[in-house]
Structures are given as structure tokens and as C-alpha cells.
Design a protein around this ligand. Structure first.
Ligand code: SAM
Length: 255
């Protein structure tokens, strides 16, 4: 029988969900484009049965960082596009999907290297505490691997059109917002002010809104809607509101 070349459609692979992410990011808007940038971001990876057994992570505590392979579950139903306008290029140029880390890919799989801050087990639960992740709350995880510095950290690697992100402006707080943040920090022991600063410094606005000022934006962090605007050369946090994910003031273009 004559062999015909395989096409991409011939093979499909079914992956098992091994865990779920619990994170301070309750919406996509505001999540940094890569891990390691917002060091104040907190996340936990909860392993799900039957993968919630300690022997599956035996030896992992010796690694400072891990790779997490996950599904872009919130955008996967939108399908994929052959070319993407990377936000780094101001949304003006198109690059091939495989030259980007876009969420809209033929297989909606992401990979992030994150700090492993601790492993907790008890009451039938197994949790990995993560630092500086770029993952939405509820993200399904399909694999975990240790980060190997000798193989994964390449000194002479070139970054193409994606150089190190820069600080896009200082973050100021109105008197009301600062008081609200301090009260929240006292009540929850969460490092909210630093989290807000690191998130906004990246300028989460899509390229088409970058030129606008004094427009109200809402970013969902923990159980809060952080209300802010870009004014002059800085970001101004004006208030904290209780988070309601059906609230039309959450997000960048619903002000
Ligand atoms: N570090 C990963 C990678 O390179 O594969 C993700 C990069 S992707 C550019 C990062 C963006 O993915 C974040 O800014 C956030 O908006 C989005 N994101 C994170 N978790 C997601 C999820 N579960 N579903 C859809 N989008 C998600």
C-alpha cells in the first residue's frame, strides 16, 4: 500500500487536565504578557485527583522554578489566526502565529516558567505555591516540568521583536484609593499596592487605546475592581470597588 504524507488533521491528541490555577488575576485584562514581570502576583496550582498524590511531586522541591503547560481556556473557543499583531509592535505589524506567544494558536496551549515557592499537602489536597505567574484564575493545567537552568537558560539567545518590557509610567494613587489599599492590605495581608503598581506599569491597555487619556479602566485583582486612568505621563488609581465580573466597568473598553 502506498504511504501518503500525514497531514496535520490526521492526528489528534487528548490531554488530561492534571490541575487548576487559583490566581489573583480574575480577568485577562491586566495580566502581564509573560511570567516573572509582576513579582507580587500570587497563584496556586491545585493538583486534581488522581494526580494529587505526593509521590507525583517527589523531588520537585529541589527546583526553584517549574514549567507549567496549560490551556488558554478563556480564548480557545475563538479559534486561531495565522498571523497576529503583537502588542509589542504597537498593533501595527503582523507576525506569524508561530513567531508569537499569542493565545490564539492551532493548539491553545501556553507555557510559563514560574517560581516554585512551596508545596503544601493536607486534607486530600496537593498545592504548589507559585510566584510571578501570568495565569488567569481557573486556568486548566496539563503538565508540570522542572526548570533546568543548564538547558533552559541560554545566555546568547536573541529575543527577536520581543525585547525586555519597560516601565510605561509611574503609578499614583488618589487619597481615597490609597486609604482603601492600606485597609485591604491590613485585612488580608496581601501586597496589593505593589501588585497594582507592577500591573499598571506594564500599561495593560490595548494598542488602540494607548493614545487616550483620562478614560476609566477597571482591572480585576483578587476580589477587587481596581479603577484607574492614564493621565499625563502616569497611571492614576482612583478607587477600589468590590469585584463583580458582570460589572460593565471591568476591562479596558467598557468604561
Ligand atoms: N507565558 C505563556 C506562553 O508564553 O505561552 C502565556 C503568554 S500569553 C501572551 C499571556 C497572556 O495570556 C496573558 O496576558 C493573559 O491575557 C492570557 N491568559 C492567561 N491565562 C489565560 C487563559 N487561561 N485563557 C486565556 N488567556 C489567558
Amino acid at each position: 500500500m502506498k504511504e501518503r504524507p500525514l497531514s496535520g488533521q490526521d492526528h489528534q491528541f487528548l490531554f488530561k487536565q492534571i490541575g487548576i490555577i487559583h490566581s489573583c488575576y480574575k480577568q485577562k485584562f491586566g495580566i502581564p504578557r509573560q511570567p516573572g514581570i509582576v513579582t507580587a502576583a500570587e497563584a496556586t496550582l491545585e493538583l486534581l485527583p488522581p494526580y494529587n498524590q505526593e509521590n507525583l511531586v517527589r523531588g520537585l522541591d529541589g527546583f526553584s522554578h517549574i514549567w507549567i503547560h496549560f490551556i488558554f481556556h478563556q480564548t480557545m473557543d475563538e479559534g486561531w489566526r495565522p498571523t497576529i499583531r503583537p502588542p509589542r509592535l504597537g498593533g501595527r505589524q503582523r507576525m506569524g502565529v508561530f513567531a508569537t506567544r499569542s493565545t490564539h494558536r492551532p493548539n491553545p496551549m501556553g507555557m510559563s516558567v514560574v517560581a516554585l515557592k512551596g508545596i503544601e499537602s493536607g486534607n486530600g489536597k496537593l498545592k504548589l505555591h507559585l510566584g510571578a505567574a501570568d495565569l488567569l484564575n481557573g486556568t486548566p493545567v496539563i503538565d508540570i516540568k522542572p526548570y533546568l537552568p543548564y538547558a533552559d537558560a541560554l545566555q546568547n539567545a536573541k529575543g527577536g521583536f520581543a525585547p525586555l518590557p519597560i516601565n510605561m509610567g509611574d503609578v499614583h494613587f488618589s487619597e481615597t484609593a490609597l486609604e482603601q489599599c492600606l485597609r485591604y492590605e491590613k485585612r488580608t495581608s496581601r501586597n496589593l499596592i505593589l501588585l497594582i503598581e507592577q500591573v499598571l506599569e506594564q500599561d495593560p491597555r490595548p494598542a488602540y487605546l494607548r493614545g487616550t487619556t483620562e478614560r476609566r479602566h477597571g482591572t480585576a485583582l483578587w476580589d477587587l475592581n481596581v479603577v484607574w486612568e492614564h493621565t499625563g505621563d502616569h497611571f492614576l488609581v482612583t478607587a477600589l470597588e468590590p469585584l463583580n465580573l458582570n460589572n460593565t466597568t471591568n476591562g479596558s473598553n467598557k468604561a
